[in-house]
Design a protein around this ligand. Structure first.
Ligand SMILES: [Zn+2]
Length: 537
């Protein structure tokens, strides 16, 4: 493990705390050019063509070449193929049995376009391309329906109406031809560049979203099964309207929702997008919202979040609910200039991230000393930096092989591993699944401590492949965003003298040879595992 020189430590000591340093990196002229290459003319043409299929309902016609989801998905497939020979375009298909809003057996097809990078780790740009018409009043009808009195029966799901016609007009120009066109335009622009990406970029158009995020969920399950590393999902859903149904007009900002907890990799992705937008699309503000999505409404990013993959969703700043989920969702409700700006914000984030190395890992594992394996580590018996467990507790159970006395059911190794993978990825670590695949009795350790003085912030991490430098971030523990940062050399340990790890949150990112920076991995306190207290009977 390389250690930073004393001179550098002294420099940092002099420059902190409280001295704000510039966090914004320099713009890369090649990314500036790509941002400028996003074409509002093409986006308009894509939205018009998509809306021109009249409906893209997942249960609509698949035989017509001009109307319904069959025609739409084939056209998306062909258009992606035409965009660049570098894109590996495919259907990602599933035979769905009748269930919920899927009222009969149907073949669901997502459309994928993969742009291979130097590594197999993936960054997704995604949107659902399917549409729905829930009745004449659409979403505003649902929003204004009086609440059901307590104890009364809720109104029936409009998607479960008897004898409904899945081929009625559901143009979905804004929900979600806007996100689909954005994704398709990014595929064209990014694939046409000569940049050498470290990450593999996947442009994904989902179906079945309106019946419950089905296409994205089915695909995300395949990712988990295939142990695919996903570093980010930029999901776009309803991103083209600048005129709210309440009369508020805003063509200069976009909402980005990200799932918690506060230092999850989804939040890290959201902060990253805001920074890159400020750098490459100045004047178009990213409004960060610390929740998975709008109230009681969701999108395909949820399927990624629930499997531990970092994901955010972009939403226009002010929605017009009267033009959603109805025949009224037409092209005249899409502001092409606004949608183009939102596409540019996506592009700046996706390209910067794909050029950067992966984020460093700030957790590791260790084996407890003999005889200690089943005990929770307390202040007296373990270093302050080695609390066991994680926010959900599942990793602890998986990793430390809690004995039967705690009442934990014995699981097979495979079951345990799956549970650990699914849950450890969520809190703060994203692409890092520290407990996954470990032999029992190992435990997760956050690589932060108070050494050497006992009052310092001692940060350690595992080197990120391709990194030539790192950047340390810190902020007060009540602040929502990083307040300070310091670029440092190619080391894997750094000390901020006399900075309390109890009062500040810390993170570290990796910087590649081209100067591009990864997401910031935060040092997240793990929940201490409780052990049963034995009372004398
Ligand atoms: Zn939608």
């Amino acid at each position: 493990m390389k250690r930073l020189s004393v001179a550098a430590v002294v420099f940092v000591a002099l420059s902190m705390p409280g001295h704000a340093q510039t966090i914004t990196p320099d713009a890369d002229p090649r990314i500036v050019a790509l941002v400028g290459a996003v074409s509002d003319t093409r986006i308009k043409s894509l939205v018009e063509t998509l809306a021109g299929f009249h409906t893209r309902n997942t249960l609509s016609d698949t035989t017509s070449t001009t109307r319904g989801i069959g025609a739409a998905r084939q056209w998306i497939f062909d258009e992606l193929k035409r965009s660049s020979p570098k894109l590996q375009v495919s259907f990602d298909s599933y035979k769905l049995a009748p269930q919920g809003r899927i009222t009969r057996q149907v073949e669901l097809r997502n459309v994928l376009a993969v742009l291979p990078g130097r590594s197999e780790r993936r960054i997704y740009v995604s949107a659902h391309y399917d549409t729905v018409n829930i009745g004449a009043t659409g979403q505003i009808g649902a929003n204004t329906r009086p609440p059901t009195p307590p104890g009364q029966t809720a109104p029936p799901d409009p998607q479960l109406r008897k004898q409904q016609d899945y081929n009625v007009e559901a143009p979905g120009a804004n929900d979600n031809a806007s996100g689909t066109a954005l994704t398709m335009e990014l595929a064209r622009v990014i694939a046409s560049s000569t940049l050498d990406f470290d990450a593999t970029i996947v442009f994904a158009l989902w179906a079945g979203e309106e019946q419950g995020l089905i296409g994205a969920q089915a695909h995300a399950d395949r990712l988990v099964k295939g142990k695919v590393v996903v570093d980010a999902d930029f999901n776009n859903d309803i991103v083209g309207n600048s005129r709210g149904g309440n009369g508020v007009i805003d063509a200069e900002s976009v909402r980005v929702y990200s799932d918690g907890p506060e230092d999850s990799m989804s939040r890290s992705l959201a902060r990253y997008i805001e920074r890159m937008a400020a750098l490459y699309v100045p004047g178009h503000r990213v409004r960060l919202l610390s929740r998975q999505d709008r109230f009681s409404r969701g999108s395909d990013n949820a399927a990624f979040n629930q499997r531990g993959f970092p994901a955010v969703v972009f939403r226009e700043s002010n929605e017009n609910f009267a033009m959603q989920h109805a025949a009224t969702d037409t092209v005249d409700g899409v502001d092409m200039a606004y949608l183009t700006q939102n596409a540019r914000v996506n592009l700046a984030g996706v390209v910067s991230l794909a050029l950067a190395p992966p984020a460093p890992k700030v957790t590791t594992t260790e084996r407890p000393a003999a005889g200690e394996g089943t005990q929770s580590s307390g202040e007296a018996t373990s270093s302050d930096t080695t609390q066991t467990g994680n926010q959900k507790g599942a990793a602890t159970r998986a990793a430390t092989d809690i004995p039967a006395t705690t009442g934990t059911q014995t699981k097979t190794a495979a079951e345990t591993k799956t549970a650990a993978q699914a849950r450890t990825a969520k809190p703060g670590t994203g692409n890092q699944t520290p407990a996954a695949g470990l032999a029992p009795r190992e435990r997760t350790v956050v690589m932060i401590g108070r050494q050497p003085s006992g009052y310092d912030a001692n940060l350690r991490w595992n080197a990120a492949p391709g990194a030539v430098a790192y950047r340390i971030y810190w902020r007060e523990a009540w602040a929502p965003d990083w307040q300070h940062s310091q670029r440092i050399g190619n080391v894997t340990e750094f000390v901020l003298p006399n900075v309390s790890i109890d009062d500040y949150v810390f993170g570290v990112s990796a910087i590649g040879a081209g100067g591009h920076e990864s997401l910031t991995a935060a040092y997240v306190t793990l929940q201490r595992r409780e052990t049963e207290i034995k009372l004398v009977p």
